[in-house]
Design a protein around this ligand. Structure first.
Ligand code: V07
Length: 263
């Protein structure tokens, strides 16, 4: 369903004029850990929530740029299972962001043929938040452009635990034979089952860790870390990450046939 890479013709990449008709290898699935909102705000003497508010503008910018570049899936780490430990007021503010984002942007998402999805333990997300998210998922379910996948109350280890529990249940009810379990089978029990693994992971704000994000799916992913705070991240920064991805593919990969990657 998803080709390993898409090739698009680009005039300008990163403000740099390229030869007309030159080919740029674009990752199919880009995942982003959007870090540094608090630090961005602190640096300006603003409350943390001002950073989160600004962060929404970056989500819009990056979504549009991803679509323009021909990326097929954009997964954004919006709320981790650890984020509940933050002050109650901040958590409450964060849980209003999906509604804010969708109130101002859903019409444009629909217009741009973008499909909204969510993954994570959504049972713990407040009802008012899920109402807005589910409405957006439903309104965009037939769109076949960019998939905008939000990780909400998501944790990588917890996802693996949930997958194992479901596998055990299916084995016990004779839906699955234990001797057929392999990586492909287990992949189908992950929340990301309908999506290809990320080709490129971006983390902003200088931290060089995965922080429990998509542990299973990131096994072969190219990692790109930048010091830029998420509210300052822009179209050019995404282009830079995609350019770096393309150059690594050229240097180390050559043209790799799907399924024949070195393991
Ligand atoms: C959140 C803004 C981005 C930086 C990281 C944390 C704060 C967009 C959403 C969202 C989620 C679902 C949806 C539409 C939008 C969001 C949370 C936090 C909890 F359907 N940004 N964003 N959700 N931040």
């Amino acid at each position: 369903m998803f080709e390993k890479f898409s090739f698009i013709r680009t005039g300008k990449v990163g403000g740099q004029e390229r030869l007309a008709g030159s080919l740029q290898r674009v990752p199919v699935h880009v995942a982003i850990i959007m870090d540094g909102n608090g630090r961005w705000a602190k640096r300006r003497g603003l409350p943390r929530i001002a950073g989160h508010r600004e962060a929404l503008k970056t989500v819009k910018k990056v979504t549009n740029e991803a679509r323009r570049l021909g990326i097929k899936v954009l997964t954004l780490f919006a709320f981790s299972t650890e984020n509940w430990k933050r002050p109650k007021t901040e958590v409450e503010f964060l849980m209003k962001l999906p509604e804010q984002f969708l109130n101002s942007y859903l019409a444009e998402l629909i217009e741009n043929n973008i499909q909204v999805r969510a993954m994570g333990d959504l049972s713990l997300i407040p009802a008012h938040t899920m109402k807005a998210v589910n409405y957006a998922i439903d309104r965009t379910k037939n769109n076949n452009g960019l998939i905008l996948n939000f990780a909400l109350n998501y944790g990588g280890r917890s996802e693996i635990v949930q997958a194992v529990k479901t596998v055990v249940r299916d084995v016990q009810s004779d839906k699955l034979r234990s001797d057929t379990i392999d990586e492909d089978v287990l992949s189908k029990y992950m929340m990301s089952r309908a999506l290809p693994d990320p080709d490129l992971l971006i983390r902003t704000s200088g931290e060089i860790r995965l922080s429990n994000f998509m542990l299973w799916q990131l096994a072969y992913t190219e990692l790109f870390f930048t010091d830029v705070y998420w509210p300052d991240f822009n179209e050019g920064n995404l282009q830079e990450a995609v350019r770096e991805f393309a150059s690594r593919q050229r240097r180390y990969g050559g043209i790799v046939e799907k399924g024949s990657e070195k393991r």
